[in-house]
Write a protein that binds this ligand. Structure first.
Ligand SMILES: [Zn+2]
Length: 367
């Protein structure tokens, strides 16, 4: 069995639901330290609520081109405790009761393998910085709490996209979320409905004024939940709506947000009620031009190991959005993980090997 597969199997057997990554952090920190990295755990436990900080490691290198940051997250979505990995026909799966945890332990295993190989092989390579985060699945909490100075690098590659190695995510959206509370006036629905103002009707009117779904090829909006009212015979005095909008175009994301805000304010005003909306910028977006140095580095390294590369954009966010927001040119790379966030999750061993090969090739490429 290959060493990188052994590492991967060790990692998936260590439970690491979001917020309880300490076991995996200890394993990863030991492995990286043994391979020659300077390893520390940052002081973000209070900010994230996790039982460990992010693991940050440096592997010095003398090759030019600047530091390459490699990132993967240490937490997994549930059900992820008691994973029993099964390797058959070159594919790793869980025994069926849990996710596999390849998201994102494939990234952790490939990083450990790459660092080991660089140390064993000797020779020049670029300095590496490893950013191994907690609680990505709960809203990128570890990456958001990380000190921006700790993410400083010439470029950052987040190993967290599904699909085969060679996939390069060159853009991800800016993402805004809201919680809106509509306030009307309660009244008996049968006796004197005229005295009431239905917050549910207001919210429905607001929704009907919004553009939702896919707004353009790179922009979306959605209502996630609606909760309000108490009983059929009461005009509902309160209704809470949650929703979001995203766009690869940062300014357009703001414009959609403003339109949704206006729809809610107009609906409340039309009914004689009120609405208070709390927006949160969940994460900033990023886009990398096709001819940028970071895209070229990945493409050339894929070619060097005989893997076809492909650039594409995504509608989802990851730690990459946060690192890009810190001003570091960032991409997300395909890792081979398949059917993530489900008990059907699986990983081809070949993809795991390729990911490690790719990381080594990139570290060996001066820019
Ligand atoms: Zn992930």
């Amino acid at each position: 069995m290959s060493r990188v597969l052994d590492t991967f199997l060790d990692l998936v057997r260590i439970p690491s639901p979001t917020g309880r990554e300490a076991g995996v952090a200890a394993y990863v920190a030991d492995a990286l330290r043994e391979a020659g990295c300077a390893v520390r755990v940052d002081d973000t436990r209070e900010a994230t609520g996790a039982d460990t900080g992010n693991v940050i490691a440096d592997l010095p290198g003398s090759l030019g081109g600047g530091t390459i940051a490699l990132s993967a997250h240490m937490d997994c979505v549930q059900p992820c405790e008691g994973v029993e990995p099964v390797v058959s026909g070159g594919v790793v799966r869980s025994a069926g009761e849990t996710v596999l945890g390849g998201d994102d332990k494939v990234g952790l295993a490939a990083i450990i393998e790459a660092v080991r190989r660089l140390a064993e092989q000797g020779g020049e390579h670029r300095p590496l910085k490893l950013l191994l985060t907690v609680s990505e699945e709960a809203g990128l909490l570890g990456a958001k709490a990380l000190a921006p100075a700790d993410a400083a690098a010439a470029l950052c590659l987040v190993l967290d996209a599904d699909g085969p190695v060679g996939g390069i995510v060159v853009g991800a959206p800016s993402h805004h979320t809201f919680t809106a509370t509509f306030t009307g006036r309660a009244a008996h629905a049968g006796v004197e409905p005229e005295k009431g103002i239905s917050a549910i009707t207001m919210a429905a009117d607001a929704i009907s004024r919004m553009r939702l779904g896919r707004i353009d090829p790179h922009s979306t909006a959605n209502i996630g939940s609606i909760n309000g009212g108490t009983a059929t015979n009461v005009v509902a005095p309160s209704c809470v709506l949650t929703g979001e909008c995203r766009s690869l175009d940062t300014a357009f994301a703001e414009a959609i947000r403003a339109d949704m805000d206006a729809a809610m304010a107009d609906a409340a005003a039309a009914a004689g009620g009120s609405v208070s909306v709390e927006w949160e910028h969940a994460y900033p977006g990023f886009t990398a031009p096709a001819d940028s140095p970071e895209v070229r580095l990945v493409e050339r390294s894929c070619a060097a190991i005989g893997v076809e590369s492909r650039t594409y954009t995504t509608g989802g966010g990851s730690d990459a959005n946060v690192f890009a927001g810190y001003g570091v040119p960032t991409l997300v790379l395909g890792t081979g993980m398949t059917n993530v966030h489900s008990t059907d999750e699986c990983l081809e061993v070949l993809q795991l090997e390729r990911l490690a090969d790719l990381l080594v090739a990139m570290a060996r490429t001066p820019e």
